[in-house]
Design a protein. Structure first.
Length: 134
């Protein structure tokens, strides 16, 4: 592929209906580009949780701690936790946040997406449908 073709291809609009998105979130310490990863929507929440936890370990701990947590993962004070409706949180100030998003669109050198509805909205809908009790 020539350089001209590659440059043209980078300017094209790319879309996806759904994907896992992992970002840094927090009041301080968040990088200028908080996007960590975009992963295939078919990945299980457990595999995304494992990725998020390992990514946090790589950036947050020294070699000794990495070895310790490889031997005994339950000693890790910042394990990744899978919350209701496939939200994954790992770390502290800033922390990693993974979730399934929709309507991804890459255009003009920027990736945008639609966030999932809030936990409260989803819970209310399930209560209204009779799947959950208050």
């Amino acid at each position: 592929m020539s350089g001209d073709t590659a440059a043209r291809r980078m300017k094209e609009i790319h879309t996806a209906k759904s994907a896992w998105v992992v970002t840094w979130v927090g009041a301080s310490g968040v990088p200028a580009d908080p996007l960590v990863a975009v992963m295939n929507y078919r990945r299980t929440s457990e595999s995304v949780r494992d990725f998020v936890e390992q990514f946090y370990i790589v950036g947050a701990y020294d070699s000794r701690a990495k070895l310790l947590f490889a031997k005994r993962s339950k000693d890790n004070p910042f394990r990744a936790h899978l919350h209701a409706f496939e939200r994954i949180i790992c770390g502290s100030g800033p922390f990693l946040y993974a979730r399934r998003v929709t309507d991804l669109r890459y255009a003009n050198n920027q990736l945008t997406w639609s966030e999932p509805r809030s936990t409260d909205e989803l819970r209310k809908e399930l209560i209204d449908l009779g799947f959950l009790r208050e």
